[in-house]
Design a protein. Structure first.
Length: 84
């Protein structure tokens, strides 16, 4: 099995990223269900949502990096200012 993608198969890196993402998404779902059961005075009441958000943002950044690639990061995106 090749590390890079071929027209016939996905590579090891793509497959590993796919399964790692799946495990993280299921873990985030379980974390969300667990957070609902916490009481206000529990020590994890404020820590768990921060952890949930941090992992979600990192996962989203990984997806953006995987789909957009490194070349997208070097391009300049210009915004037009529309004046009324």
């Amino acid at each position: 099995m090749s590390f890079t993608n071929t027209p016939e198969r996905y590579g090891v890196i793509s497959a590993a990223f796919h399964w790692l993402s799946a495990i993280i998404v299921y873990g985030m779902f379980a974390l969300g269900l667990w957070m609902v059961t916490l009481s206000y005075y529990d020590g994890w009441y404020h820590k768990a949502p921060e952890l949930h958000k941090s992992i979600g943002i990192l996962l989203m950044m990984g997806w953006l990096f995987a789909f957009c690639g490194v070349s997208y990061l070097h391009r300049r995106v210009r915004c037009r200012v529309i004046r009324p």
